[in-house]
Each structure stands twice: as C-alpha cells, then as structure tokens.
Design a protein around this ligand. Sequence first.
Ligand code: NPQ
Ligand code: MG
Length: 368
Amino acid sequence: MTLSAVELWRGEIELVTPFRTSFGTEVSRELLYVHAVGDSHSGWGECVAMVDPNYSSEYLDNCVQVISRFLVPLLHGDTSADDFIFRAAPIRGNYMSKACVEAALLDLRLREQSVSLAKFLGATKTRVASGVSVGIQNSLDDLVRVVGEYLALGYLRVKLKIEPGSDIELVKTIRREFGDDLLLQVDANAAYTVADAEHLKELDDFNLLLIEQPLPEDDLVGHIKLAKIINTPVCLDESITSIETARGALDLEACSIINIKPGRVGGYLEAKKIHDLCLSRGVPVWCGGMLETGIGRAANLALAALPGFTLPGDISASARYFARDITTPFVLVNGHIVVPNTVGIGIEPLPEMLVNFRKVETFEVVSN
Ligand code: NPQ
Ligand code: MG
C-alpha cells in the first residue's frame, strides 16, 4: 500500500470536429496525465489545462512545472488525498495542477481499499443525464444541423457557445427550430462586459436554463449588477475556484447556479465541498467539462452522480470529442451515461492508445 513513483504522460488526440468558443478554436486535445504508481495498484489523473492560458491562467507546460517542482515533492509513500490537499495549501492557485495529482492519488488509494470513487464521494445515482456543449458555428444553418444531430443522438440538454455578435440570433433560431421544451442554455466564456446588460436582457424572451459566465472571471461586482438586470439565471464557471469563492458569489447573489469542474477548483474533494454547500442552500449545480478523455470523464461521472447535481451537465459521450478515446469509450444510453462502479475511477488507459503517448517524467517517491 505504498506510492513508489509518479509518472507524467503527455500526448494528443484529434477532435472529431473543431471546437470554437469566444476565446479560440481547438482542433485537438493536448493531454497531460499523472500516473501514481504503488506497489500493488496504480492510479490515473487527467489535467484539464489547455496548451494556452485562454480559459484561465493555467496552461499545460506550466502544470508540468508546478507538478514537478512543487506538488510531487509533497508526496510520500503513505500520503492520502486529504494529506496531499492539506500540504498543498501553501501553493497558491494552480488548481488544475493540484486537481490532477489529487485525482491520481485518489484513484490509487481507492483501488487499494477496493472502493469506487462514486461510493467514496457519496453518489446516489447510477447514471447521469448528458448534455452537449455546441461550439460557435460558421452559419445558423450549420448550427441548426449540428444541434439536430446531437438531439437525434439523445442528448438531453443543449448549451450554445455565444460571443458578442453571435448570441441572440442563435438562441432565437434554435428555439424556433426545436421548440420550447428543449433544455437550452448559453455560455459566453467571459466575453461580455456589464455594459452589455441591456443587450443580454434580450435573452430573457427565450426561457433559457441559465447564462454561464457572461463576464470576466474577476468581475464579481459586474455579475451582481447583471443578475439584477436580467431574468435569465446567471451561472458561474471560471469565477468559481474554491468553496470560498462559491460561498461569496452566492451570498452576494452574483449567481444562482454553479458549474462545478473539479479541475478548476483544485480537485474532487473541493468539488464535493462546493456541492455540499449548494445542496444545503438549494442551489442547483451541474458538472462542467473540459474536453476530458475517459480518465477525467470517468471521475467526473462519479462526482455528477451526487444528489445536488440536478441539472444535466457537459459530460457527453466520448464520441462527442474523440474518434478514439484513451479508455474504453463512454456511450449515451437514452441520453444518460452510466457511472463507473468498480474500484477507483473504474477505468484505465488502453495499452494500444498509451503507446502513442510519451512518459515525460518519472519521480521516485520516498517511502515516508
Ligand atoms: C466551458 N467547456 O464550459 C468549457 C471550456 C472549454 C465543454 O464547453 C480545449 C480544452 C478546448 C478545454 C474549450 C465546454 C476547450 C476546453 C472550451 C474548455 O467553458
Ligand atoms: Mg463554461
């Protein structure tokens, strides 16, 4: 029951279709995995950072540095995920780096104890309702076609990426084409300012579930003002990095819904705390996505199976993003994805996929 080494693995998987958001277009997913190797088991964690610091200030090369220089040295043979998070507290920010080390350690420790991550976190569901995040398209016709294809596959909720100049018209068109019963929401990835409040108020006519992160991540005051002006519920993504920022945003009514992403808040333990806070206050939460491969997707499913996750999230089937996932692919069954219930995160990289990846670092871990 000892952690003996930590390996960092890197690679890349092409996306089935380019993904455009207000901050850029991605055609492939560059990946970083942490592999926590023990004497009897091993665990995997996926880093959600991107190559460039566009979604947030974190980026992959920096995560490799932070993990190597500051996080791996905190680990000993018997370190638990809790111990790790406690010891990592003096390292500021760097949520995505902490989260993937924590995830690998959790997977390892839960395998040693023969417990699933879902059970450990307190899951109450065996399957999770699946939504899809639709990138900005070249035309309204393309958007209608793409949304129609996802609905035909069974996705239960649609999220449209928006940006200034490409917003009200998209929502109006999708509502007209697919009707009032479609669960529909939008995500701006921080592309607006509070001066756009009256414009965003035009979304009020379309009965959206929510508008996600309309303003910059540090503009909490702007979100407070906006939330008073528009009727569409404001949901925060990038702004929420911890239980403290979550509590503050809710207390100040900057948002009424939270998108929980374990990578963005420093791990699954923090994500559970935010879930528990929101559940106690009757605030709906849903699980976001960062174009994870099967490793991150499996762990997110365990989290999204908690009782407070009452809105369909961005955990789509593997095929939404990848022709070949690093793991056995996750598939949609009647608009849902089954939560893994075997030990740890319940899945591991396929050897035939891992051969296309590079082990870039190996760190020996001292016994105690
Ligand atoms: C969001 N994700 O909710 C994000 C942001 C995002 C599923 O909409 C490569 C890697 C490209 C991660 C683009 C979804 C990405 C990415 C967007 C994350 O805001
Ligand atoms: Mg978002």
